[in-house]
Design a protein around this ligand. Structure first.
Ligand SMILES: *Cc1c(COP(=O)(O)O)cnc(C)c1O
Length: 497
């Protein structure tokens, strides 16, 4: 399988090259040149496979330059009992007669990012070996919270890799900060930056583009790479749980073989929902994807009008992992939907740069609308969904999942489409305990986050996720900090350049 650039500006490459490059050097994203297709019968024959086996079955279609053994080793290590203790790695919970919740947060850090970030490091290390990269790889991450911890856990003690995470001092919750600072591993570094998330991200971007630093890294046998969701190695693993959810519905006797289902996805960078779309193109019976957004509803508007318009204020919400105006994986999606027309992609993304908006052609838009519907939830609606889901079903959800559920119910009442639907649950409720408890009680709470967690446990008799339990009393292993213009110097210090 070869991978091509969405902007037509790079030669076709192997999966190892696509994964080790991360993105196309001149801009653009790698996508598979064609999408492997399964017959329904083949999909059904996977019904009793466990998660690891199912993952290997899908990976083999895309990672054709990896041996079976390499793939199996990687999936066994990533989705081991130690990392994901549940027998079902992604349990499916029935909420009512046509609504199911796919819990994607049973990995080490309680975030759905674990699904991909537990395996990306191994795919990356293996890809680097194949590409004969002898330098040690330095993963640089700027995080607003969840990605940092998930990346640290994934890259911890992976051979040939170091990871340095920068987070904004005042921009993450106490629990998120403690999660990062207590990370073990000989190859992990965590630095708090005196600034906000934008400062953090811009500083890391500057460092990536710094030619002087690049040369000095090279002289010391290092090179930078990134773990963000534009890497194909992060997108591919997410295809697996769409198949898993469907096969579980079959196993549980909830659907018939070949019956179409809907998926609702709380969306930020468009990675998760795009993985679902790839699963559909591979033959999974899907009727509709419902793209759920919060108040930063660029995607809802796009799916309604065909115009992608980021001329608007950025809003901070209780579902911060969806607070995004530019959904980087949308570029891949548009390329798939417009028949791999890279000249159109170039045109649209040039317009996004100059005008902060672009309009897609009618043909592509019609095609998108057949499969996708966009809905959004206001802050009040998301809070109400947390409360109502707990009250009606005795089931606790986090604010991101709440946006998903609320959007699904809106879609159903607007469209009359009552098809059985799976809602991706992207975070454990304890990760966002303040917003969850405030939603349940209908009032603002000023207490310390750890006391809130205790109250939530006592009130709902649900168990705190193991990745968050005992955190308050754990020893911090990382106490580094730097000024917002001191990122480069900090990296030089940490790598002893
Ligand atoms: C990252 C994240 C999302 C958004 O996923 P995308 O793949 O970026 O669309 C949604 N919810 C949570 C909790 C996340 O961490």
């Amino acid at each position: 399988m070869e991978y091509i650039s969405t902007r037509g500006n790079y030669k076709p490459v192997s999966s190892a090259e696509a994964i080790s490059l991360g993105m196309v050097p001149a801009g653009g994203l790698f996508v598979p040149v064609e999408i492997p297709k399964f017959k329904l019968k083949e999909i059904m024959s996977q019904k009793n496979k466990n998660y690891q086996k199912l993952a290997a079955w899908i990976f083999k279609k895309f990672l054709t330059d990896f041996s079976e053994d390499e793939i199996e080793k990687a999936v066994e290590a990533a989705y081991s009992e130690q990392k994901f203790p549940e027998v079902e790695k992604t349990p499916l919970v029935k909420l009512n007669q046509n609504t199911y919740i796919l819990e994607l947060w049973h990995g080490p850090t309680a975030a759905f990012k674990d699904m991909a970030l537990q395996i990306l490091p191994q795919l990356l290390a293996e890809s680097a070996k194949k590409m004969k990269i002898e330098n040690e790889i330095v993963i640089l991450v700027a995080t607003s919270g969840d990605t940092g911890k998930a990346a640290l856990e994934g890259f911890k003690d992976v051979e040939g890799v170091k990871i340095i995470v920068f987070y904004p001092e005042a921009g993450v919750s106490r629990v998120q900060e403690d999660q990062m600072k207590t990370t073990a591993g000989e190859n992990t570094e965590v630095v708090s930056l005196k600034g906000n998330f934008d400062d953090c991200q811009n500083a890391v971007k500057d460092v990536f583009a710094d030619q002087d630093l690049k040369q000095r890294l090279e002289d010391n046998n290092y090179q930078f790479s990134s773990a963000n969701s534009i890497n194909w190695g992060r997108l591919l693993p997410q295809i697996v749980y769409y198949f898993k959810a469907y096969l579980k519905l079959l196993q549980d006797g909830e659907i018939e073989a070949g019956e179409k289902v809907n998926f609702t996805v709380p969306t930020g960078n468009f990675g998760n929902i795009l993985a679902g779309y790839y699963a559909y193109r591979m033959g999974l019976p899907v009727n509709k994807f419902i793209c759920a957004s919060n108040d930063n509803k660029v995607l809802t508007d796009f799916l309604e009008t065909g115009i992608y318009d980021i001329n608007r204020d950025f809003k901070k919400t209780i579902s911060p992992s969806m607070d995004i105006l530019i959904s980087s994986n949308l570029e891949r999606f548009l390329f798939e939907m417009n028949g791999h027309d890279s000249s159109k992609i170039n045109d649209w993304y040039q317009k996004l740069k100059t005008d902060k908006k672009f309009k897609i052609d009618d043909q592509t838009f019609t095609k998108i609308k057949e499969m996708f519907s966009g809905k959004f939830s206001s802050e009040d609606e998301a809070r109400a969904a947390v409360q109502k889901t707990y009250k009606d079903y005795n089931y606790l959800i986090d604010p991101h999942t709440a946006v998903g559920i609320d959007s699904l119910f809106k879609y159903r009442s607007d469209s009359d489409d009552q098809t059985k639907a799976v809602v991706d649950s992207t975070a454990n409720p304890y990760k966002f305990s303040r917003a969850v408890l405030e939603s349940l009680k209908g009032e603002k709470i000023d207490r310390d986050e750890y006391r809130i967690i205790e109250e939530l446990e006592a009130m709902t008799a649900t168990k705190i996720h193991r990745g968050l339990a005992g955190l308050e009393n754990m020893e911090a292993k990382h106490q580094q900090s730097c000024e917002k213009d001191g990122v480069k110097e900090k990296i030089e210090e940490l790598l002893k350049l």
